[in-house]
Design a protein around this ligand. Structure first.
Ligand code: 6GU
Length: 252
């Protein structure tokens, strides 16, 4: 996977990505990363890349030409038109399915906007995907680009080791992770659930599955409709809901 990031803050991207698991994957050559400074493609004396919006209004816009020239420098090198993701709160909200799908690409370009945005005309010419990371406003596209690259990287073969890749399976079934415990056996008077100390692997798996379903039903019930529950497990969810409803009434 080759990541190309068009940005006014290349050091922010490099510092973020060369850390932890993505940093290890870059060092191993499983991923490559280039952060291209759009300012290097400014066509005026003062390296200016922004200007006032026609029609007036608050703030400045990134101009079309430097963004286009920076993009073209990538297109020329990769020898074809790569997928270009523009990070914007107006985009489709990013999810695990999109991460899995984008991980199949050879090259991915991320275009990070700043100020009040980018001249619409260059977006029309180069952008293939408009993506948001959630319904809140950020100051620029760099953090969203890093969020996307992090989750896409995890889907690239070899990036996670055997121990790390177990985590991937659980979200695939649209269920949240079960709780986890490490030493000591008792902390602040709280004991580790007995079953986890039993060494009985079938019982442990059964307990973890039940905990995953319980958590998902309680914290993210919206995920359950796309999960892979058996009829028996759906009955468990119905029983939990009934119980929570009754407890809710009792508390009133
Ligand atoms: Cl992708 N960009 C910006 N600027 N703000 C956001 C976002 C993206 N996703 C959520 N908020």
């Amino acid at each position: 996977m080759n990541f190309h990031v068009l940005t006014l803050f290349p050091e922010m991207i490099e510092n973020g990505m060369n850390t932890s698991i993505t940093g290890r994957a870059i060092a191993k050559g499983l991923l490559s990363l280039e952060a291209i400074n759009i300012r290097d493609f400014a066509f005026n004396k003062h390296n200016k890349v922004d200007d006032y919006p026609y029609g007036g209004g608050a703030g400045m816009l990134m101009q079309a030409e430097p963004v286009y020239l920076a993009y073209e420098s990538i297109e020329k090198r990769v020898g074809r038109k790569p997928r270009v993701v523009y990070l914007t709160p107006q985009g489709q909200v990013f999810n695990q399915k999109m991460a899995r799908e984008m991980a199949q690409e050879e090259d991915l370009v991320f275009l990070c906007g700043h100020y009040e945005g980018i001249d619409e005309r260059v977006l029309e010419e180069i952008v293939t995907d408009y993506v948001s990371i959630g319904d809140y406003v950020l100051t620029g596209g760099e953090l969203p680009a890093m969020v996307m690259m992090d989750s896409i990287s995890r889907m690239v073969p070899g990036v996670l080791n055997n121990e790390e890749s177990g985590e991937t399976e659980s979200f695939a079934g649209n269920l949240l992770e079960h709780p986890q415990y490490s030493r000591p056996e008792e902390w602040h008077g709280k004991k580790v659930p007995e079953v986890l100390l039993s060494g009985h692997h079938a019982n442990i798996e059964k307990w973890r599955r039940e905990q995953s379903i319980y958590r998902t039903a309680q914290r993210r019930p919206d995920l359950l409709k796309n999960s892979d529950l058996t009829n028996k497990e759906w009955n468990y969810v119905r029983q939990l809901r009934k119980q929570w409803k009754e407890e809710g009434l009792e508390n009133k």
